[in-house]
Design a protein around this ligand. Structure first.
Ligand code: ZN
Length: 274
């Protein structure tokens, strides 16, 4: 097997290492989430330091190292970093987007997640739509790709077409009056319309939505995301134990991170357990 590969990637996070190096967390198109060190990039003489800014889309060559993989070549595909870091509102939105991507792609590789992320950063950098709309649309679609598509046009529980009275993250989105759990939020019909438009990418509707619906949508999207991220952590703990038991071998020491076939198995099991 070759010790070097090339791939497209988005820079999710960077951490300084030693005097001049930087550790990068990348979401690659074909190799999932990758951590690699870029040597000497903080020196002013560095050939590719500026290309490895957060939010940047790059073509990278990575060498599989003994402890850490090493970035050996970088070409810029889309220099979003500069635009997104120059504007505070774009910067905070882009940060929320890459942090969501980092969490949702920790366990599973998906080129769809990569394409969704690059699309969202490009829309943000080109100021196509209000930053909060781009963020909320990205989160809803990234959750859908992860297998957690919310329902906004019919009751998530009984499938009834309406009227939709409430929103419940544990039930999977909008719910009718009969299925509504006590204490659930009761958004306006316009908010459900906007949420549906953000999930479907209906920008004509989203761009003309009212401020009140946008605020209400953002709150519900944040709750929905938080609920799934917490559930993901909980169910992973169960799945890892079940998987180790399944194949009749002792659980590996420390944190068990499934890879390859084990990850596929774990993903299936996670759907069943969740
Ligand atoms: Zn119902």
């Amino acid at each position: 097997m070759s010790r070097t590969y090339r791939d497209e990637a988005v820079v999710l996070r960077t951490h300084d290492l030693g005097e001049a190096d930087r550790i990068l967390t990348l979401l690659t198109r074909e190799h999932g989430q990758v951590r690699a060190v870029a040597k000497g990039v903080r020196r002013t003489s560095s050939r590719f330091g500026a290309r490895l800014e957060p939010f940047g889309v790059v073509d990278v060559q990575i060498h599989l190292g003994r402890s850490l993989d090493i970035v050996t070549q970088v070409d810029t595909l889309a220099p979003h970093g500069r635009e997104l870091m120059a504007d505070y509102s774009l910067f905070t939105t882009a940060t929320a987007i890459v942090e969501t991507a980092a969490r949702l792609t920790e366990e599973e590789d998906s080129s769809q997640q990569y394409l969704l992320l690059t699309g969202a950063l490009a829309a943000l950098a080109r100021r196509r739509h209000a930053p909060t709309l781009v963020l909320d649309s990205y989160i809803l679609r990234a959750l859908a790709v992860a297998g957690w598509a919310p329902s906004f046009s019919e009751c998530a529980l009984c499938g009834n077409g309406g009227p939709l009275r409430a929103f419940s993250a544990p039930m999977g989105g909008a719910v009718c009056g009969d299925c509504r759990p006590p204490g659930s939020a009761a958004p306006t019909p316009e908010t459900f319309e906007l949420l549906g438009a953000l999930l479907a990418g209906d920008w004509a509707l989203a761009d003309t939505s009212h401020e009140r619906s946008r605020k209400e949508s953002s709150g519900l999207v944040a709750v929905f995301l938080q609920w799934h991220l917490e559930r993901q952590l909980r169910s992973l703990r169960h799945v890892d134990r079940d998987f180790a038991y399944d194949v009749a071998r002792p659980a590996p020491p420390g944190t068990y991170v499934p890879t390859g076939a084990a990850a596929a198995h774990s993903a299936q099991a996670r759907e069943i357990v969740a």
